[in-house]
Design a binder for this molecule. Structure first.
Ligand code: ATP
Length: 356
């Protein structure tokens, strides 16, 4: 029942496609995140699920039932927003009870279900407090309790943690994930924060300009970004251009930074290529080795506690970001130091020249 299917869904504002041909399924019980930069269509997509917007093309199904013409209040969804949207003058208890009263649930059952929801978000001891003098984190917990108390088939969350400070955001996202697993409720979560998305999701859909770029698990999205946009948006990537000449059915002679390397290819490709090399995959050494065979000079050294971040200028003129975990302070390289660089090309992703 709580599976959500998008069948070629397009939503226009004027002539612009805010959602462009969305075609995927969110599985029952899944924590599914819509991730992308501002304006990519995350909120619009969420609002079509809620029924606040009607798509111009395509169908949305909850389970096997098309919900295109089902009004929001009949879709059985719980919603949590960035700005909490709770009633400041009602007590915590009454805020959470609101949806149940509107549904004419009996007084006894309301008491029991509200207390159950408040216990789940660890707020039962504050049931009689007024939200206006409570912290942002507590107010967001009230909003969460209010969303789950109606036992929705689907939980929709739009940037729910954006107004909280960094430390509280991390605690709340862990709590939300725990609660979602406990209730086994299909959850669709909107964020522009890649770390948050990686931390909580079963799967992530990365969006750009209304279009889905990739849908995959956090690990897959990070390790195997499908195109340049995803590689650039999730984590940090060094992009290095080169060229490829097929030397066998599935291998190529690739020229990169004026050196040639034989590499296996997933798909045959000759012509210009683009490597995405993660900063933590780049190796540095004072000695030249078969792997450390590109020349570079340290431009900047930034000590970040758990790692050291370097900017290394290659002889081609390109500057690479490199992350290293030095064994001791002696192993930290100095500015202007000449080094040999291992680009770990075998562990990097090679795209065609267009970054696809
Ligand atoms: P943000 O992270 O900034 O909230 P978003 O990814 O949620 O962004 P949307 O709010 O879905 O993006 O907007 C997608 C596109 O549709 C944007 O170009 C936006 O300007 C446009 N848009 C959104 N709502 C409307 C509207 N009511 N009328 C006209 N255009 C809109």
């Amino acid at each position: 029942m709580s599976k959500v299917v998008f069948d070629r869904v397009t939503k226009y504002f004027g002539t612009a496609k805010a959602v462009n041909n969305a075609h995927f399924t969110i599985e029952e019980g899944e924590f599914f995140t819509l991730l992308g930069p501002s304006g990519c269509g995350k909120t619009t997509l969420l609002r079509t699920i809620a029924g606040f917007y009607r798509q111009e093309e395509g169908d949305i199904y909850f389970g096997d039932r098309a919900v295109n013409d089902v009004p929001t209040h009949e879709r059985n969804i719980g919603m949590v927003f960035q700005n909490y949207a709770i009633f400041p003058h009602l007590s915590v208890f009454d805020n959470v009870a609101y949806g149940l009263r509107a549904r004419k649930v009996s007084k006894k059952e309301i008491e029991q279900r509200v207390m159950e929801a408040l216990e789940l978000v660890e707020l039962s001891h504050l049931r009689d407090r007024i939200p206006s003098n409570m912290s942002g984190g507590q107010q967001q917990r009230i909003a969460l309790a209010r969303a789950i108390v109606i036992r929705p088939a689907l939980l929709l969350m739009d940037e729910p943690l954006s107004n909280l400070d960094a430390k509280l955001r991390v605690k709340m996202r862990t709590d939300i994930r725990k609660l979602q697993k406990e209730l086994n409720i299909t959850t669709i979560y909107v964020t522009h924060d890649q770390e948050e998305a990686l931390a909580v999701s079963d799967r992530i859909a990365v969006l750009s300009e209304g279009k889905v770029q990739q849908i995959a698990s956090p690990q897959e999205i990070y390790l195997y970004p499908q195109n340049r946009f995803v590689a650039n948006f999730i984590g940090t990537s060094n992009f290095i251009t080169g060229s490829s000449k097929m030397s066998g059915a599935s291998s190529a002679a690739v020229t990169i930074l004026e050196q040639q390397t034989e590499l296996p290819l997933l798909k045959p490709h000759a012509g210009s290529v683009l490597f995405s090399v993660r900063p933590e995959k780049v190796g540095l050494s004072v000695e030249r080795t078969p792997q450390h065979r590109f020349n570079g000079t340290v431009e900047t050294v930034t000590f970040l506690g758990d790692k050291v971040s370097y900017e290394v200028k290659m002889t081609s003129g390109q500057t690479l970001e490199v992350h290293d975990h030095p064994a001791s302070a002696h192993h930290i390289y100095k500015e202007k130091q000449s080094l040999y660089v291992d680009l770990s090309l075998e562990q990097s992703i090679m795209y065609d020249g267009a970054g696809e």
